[in-house]
Design a protein around this ligand. Structure first.
Ligand SMILES: C[S@@+](CC[C@H](N)C(=O)[O-])C[C@H]1O[C@@H](n2cnc3c(N)ncnc32)[C@H](O)[C@@H]1O
Length: 468
């Protein structure tokens, strides 16, 4: 059975939840059999039996918001072996040497061959080693893996390639000061593209750690952050401070659980703004509809869509003006037919753009008098225009206050009132939980997840609701 490493996005819990949902409900059935804060190990039911499975991995990569790379696993070394070969303190040098030789033999066995990391020996070969630790703040990573394991791997893999006949074998050199400080990031997706590491004679070789051990893998697909950036930042109309990120957009779209015939599925963003969700939903083949109560935003989104279609050299459909319209979300059913949509994906009004934390009473006032009624009406209207059993994926704000706790809209209450059920984002019955408290999920079901940067005043809380 082939296994794959999925390198997770920076919000690893959300990436893990998205991936598990994808493997459960899309046609590419599979399971996460192990994970860390950086990677998930995936076993597919039958994808690997397809001779063209790499094309399918590319499709999966394109769909997922929280996946940086997908790599095929060639072997696994348990954690005790690694710790014996690379101990924190060296006492028994002979033993260490013997175990290191065992590791070299494992690499030697998988490096070249029809089913190896490189299909054959080339005159000139290049590789980049990426180590993904269990957790970045693990001192074993900074002190041992970066400072000793990485140089060992670089040297030994280079030697093996030369012994096997490569005239020239080079490796990617990380900045010396990062190695010295132990503060090292593995190869970024854009480096994979820049250094042609998907070519046959070049490779990114991943050593992905979990609590169990290290998985040895070669990367086959990567996210293309430049493409997402070009759309997100290159579009004619954009407001950086209030926009959702492309990655989070893709994740929300996947939680709609619509994976087949996306071109026939109608989805709506009723707070469309400058259209981030609409643009990325269009790229994912959905039929997109949008509305906003600000006429300027409606026009911005229409222009952005036309710009994207021109960029993709696709025809501009005559319907855009009928599909992106001015409409208050509190009365959407006046504009859109009942039971019309297959899904709603949106980032509603989150409150003002605070540059400083508000007082608790200020935030509570905003939540009680503006946001709660708005979200309540939005869900009431959404119920009318959604098809039965279809979903809404949306963001709700958590506001940090200067003199009190965080405060948020009680979505659970509003959802129940409006006949929606909260769909848990992650079900631990499908995943083996971890013992490390930083990696362990405390409940059997994760109902919602948060997306926020450190110190952010308004955090985004993600909800997936299903129409009862
Ligand atoms: C947080 S922004 C959405 C940003 C959007 N995701 C983007 O990428 O540009 C919220 C949007 O909701 C709109 N809005 C606020 N209240 C509304 C209402 N009652 N009905 C419809 N739109 C509303 C605002 O005009 C704004 O464009």
């Amino acid at each position: 059975m082939e296994r794959f490493i999925f390198v997770l996005g920076s919000n690893w819990q959300l990436s893990l939840a998205e991936l598990d949902n994808y493997l459960k409900y899309s046609k590419y059935k599979g399971r996460i059999i192990d994970y860390s804060a950086n990677i998930a190990i995936v076993e597919f039911k039958d994808l690997h039996q397809d001779p063209h499975y790499i094309n399918k991995l590319m499709e999966i990569q394109f769909n997922l918001g929280g996946c940086q790379k997908i790599s095929k696993i060639f072997d696994f070394i348990d954690i005790t072996t690694i710790q014996e070969a690379f101990p924190i303190q060296m006492y028994k040098f002979k033993h260490v040497e013997r175990i290191r030789k065992k590791i070299i033999d494992i690499i030697d066995n998988i490096i070249i061959g029809k089913k190896g990391i490189f299909p054959k020996v080339y005159e000139s070969m290049f590789f980049a080693v990426s180590i993904y630790p269990n957790l970045y703040d693990d001192s074993y990573y900074t002190e041992v893996l970066v400072k000793h394991f990485l140089p060992f791997l670089n040297k030994e893999i280079m030697e093996i390639l030369k012994q096997k006949g490569a005239e020239k074998a080079l490796y990617y050199q990380y900045p010396e000061e990062n190695i010295k400080s132990g503060n090292l990031n593995p190869i970024f997706p854009h480096h994979l593209i820049k250094y042609d590491l998907l070519n046959e004679n070049r490779a990114e070789i991943i050593f992905g750690f979990t609590e169990e051990g290290v998985y040895l893998a070669r990367t086959f697909t990567t996210d293309d952050p430049n493409f997402k950036k070009e759309i997100d930042e290159g579009r004619p109309h954009k407001e950086f401070k209030s926009s959702i990120s492309p990655k989070l957009t893709l994740t929300l779209l996947n939680f709609l659980n619509i994976f087949e015939n996306r071109e026939n599925k109608k989805i709506l963003d009723p707070f469309v703004g400058n259209g981030t969700i609409a643009l990325f939903a269009l790229l994912q083949d959905f039929q997109i509809f949008g509305s906003d109560n600000d006429f300027m935003k409606v026009n911005n989104t229409i222009r952005n869509i036309h710009w994207l279609l021109e960029l993709l050299e696709e025809e501009i459909p005559p319907l855009t003006h009928q599909r992106i319209v001015k409409q208050d979300a509190r009365s959407m059913s006046n504009k859109f037919e009942a039971y019309f949509f297959d899904g709603i994906c949106t980032e509603p009004e989150l409150g003002p753009y605070y540059t400083e934390k508000p007082y608790f009473t200020q935030a509570r006032n905003l939540i009680e008098t503006e946001l709660t009624p708005l979200y309540d009406d939005f869900l009431k209207e959404a119920y009318k225009i959604l098809k039965p059993n279809s979903r809404i994926c949306f963001i709700s704000p958590i506001i940090s206050t200067i003199d009190g706790n965080d405060i948020q809209v009680n979505i659970e209450k509003i959802a129940t009132k409006n006949n929606f059920r909260i769909v848990p984002m992650l079900d631990l019955s499908r995943i083996n939980n971890k013992s490390n408290p930083k990696l362990k999920f405390r409940k059997q079901q994760v109902r919602t997840l948060i997306d926020a940067k450190k110190g952010q005043i308004i955090k985004r809380k993600i909800y997936v609701l299903e129409k009862k």
